[in-house]
Ligand binder design. Sequence first.
Ligand SMILES: NC(=O)c1ccc[n+]([C@@H]2O[C@H](COP(=O)([O-])OP(=O)(O)OC[C@H]3O[C@@H](n4cnc5c(N)ncnc54)[C@H](O)[C@@H]3O)[C@@H](O)[C@H]2O)c1
Length: 426
Amino acid sequence: MPSNPPSSIPCDVKDLSLADVGKRRVEWAFQSMPVLQTIRKQFIKTQPLAGVRISACLHVTTETANLMMALRDGGASAVLCASNPLSTQDDVAATLVRDYGIPVFAIKGESNEVYYKHIAAAADHRPQITMDDGCDLVTTLHTSRQDLLEGVLGGTEETTTGVIRLRAMARDGVLRYPVIAVNDALTKHLFDNRYGTGQSTVDGIIRATNVLMAGLTVVVAGYGWCGRGVAMRARGMGANVIITEVDPTKALEAVMDGYRVMSMLEAAEIGDLFVTLTGNKSVIAKDHFERMKSGAILANSGHFNVEVDLEALGRMASSRRPVREFVEEFALRDGRRLYVLGEGRLINLAAAEGHPASVMDMSFANQSLAVEYLVKQQGSLKTTVFAVPEEIDKRVARMKLDSMGVKIDRLTAEQEQYLGSWSEGT
Ligand SMILES: NC(=O)c1ccc[n+]([C@@H]2O[C@H](COP(=O)([O-])OP(=O)(O)OC[C@H]3O[C@@H](n4cnc5c(N)ncnc54)[C@H](O)[C@@H]3O)[C@@H](O)[C@H]2O)c1
């Protein structure tokens, strides 16, 4: 691995002396990312990203570090900033700069102002490709840095909330370059959002609180991919899980999956632990806080810190104080106490380490191949939001199965013909 002198690498990280720990953790994650390793080996040979400037705005984790190395090894000149003020792993940021020569602008716990300063620093790289997790880099380029838009070939987007924002930009006619919705690949959201968020959200809540899940009444807001994962894992640990939804089909699915489904107003009175995963705002608000039991714990694992209305809760509180790392107590005027985890930011990244590497393996395989695709297609794609090509999605699934030693059947010629015909009946 090249080890450029840190002084020559532009960066703003907490402490470069954390790099030793970071390097070992990045190597640990590497072992569980066989698909990304295969792509990286191909990239080293074929150099598909030779000379391409990439600005990535992603959670700075051990898995992201491995993605950055794959891009670099494919010939790209890549820089990284955080996609959330609380999700950076400072040791990872340090090793990326010191040991791998990748410019990083990210410090865990940075203010909103520094967060956007770091995005501006990533934009200064004059990206030809943007990689986003939540669409903040794309938005920056489309507002304060429109001078850079001309040079952008395309972008990729990692998460549901980012894709929603991008589709709104495309609908309003303001999106200025094509973006691939990596989130929408089946090998992304079926696994990352469901199993990754499911496990790591419970992990974050437990690390923050050390609460016993068995016997707890857990209210999960949103029964999308992430909510399904959290509900499934909480139930597996013995919690009584209640689902709240606004979509009748998802609510019905939750009922038939065996959960209790009710409105948040009803659930507010009985929940011990509330977890929001909706991508929506004020899902838990004043009316709900008013009904909650003293001691109730509130966590969010949706992309932005808007799902729990913390301003309203702040106004209802006579005092607030930190009681443990990532746990803040709000003492209400009527004597009840409510506890908010990780400032209402995605708890799996704030208090734990985010998704396990073996699931990010597939998400970041999609990211790498999507970037390669964008470079190959340059100039020929329409300015809109694209799905990951099915061929890439299936390739990632096959590579993952291969890495697990799992063999599957293939269609025979007769079966293929049968599936494509309408004439054969009973
Ligand atoms: N924590 C993480 O690491 C992580 C990982 C992936 C995605 N995310 C984020 O999690 C959020 C959810 O993602 P997803 O892929 O599950 O999305 P999704 O669209 O599959 O599910 C969201 C669900 O929330 C429901 N919903 C919307 N408003 C609601 C409300 N007021 N009350 C109850 N339910 C409501 C929707 O009907 C939908 O079923 C997004 O913000 C996404 O970006 C976080």
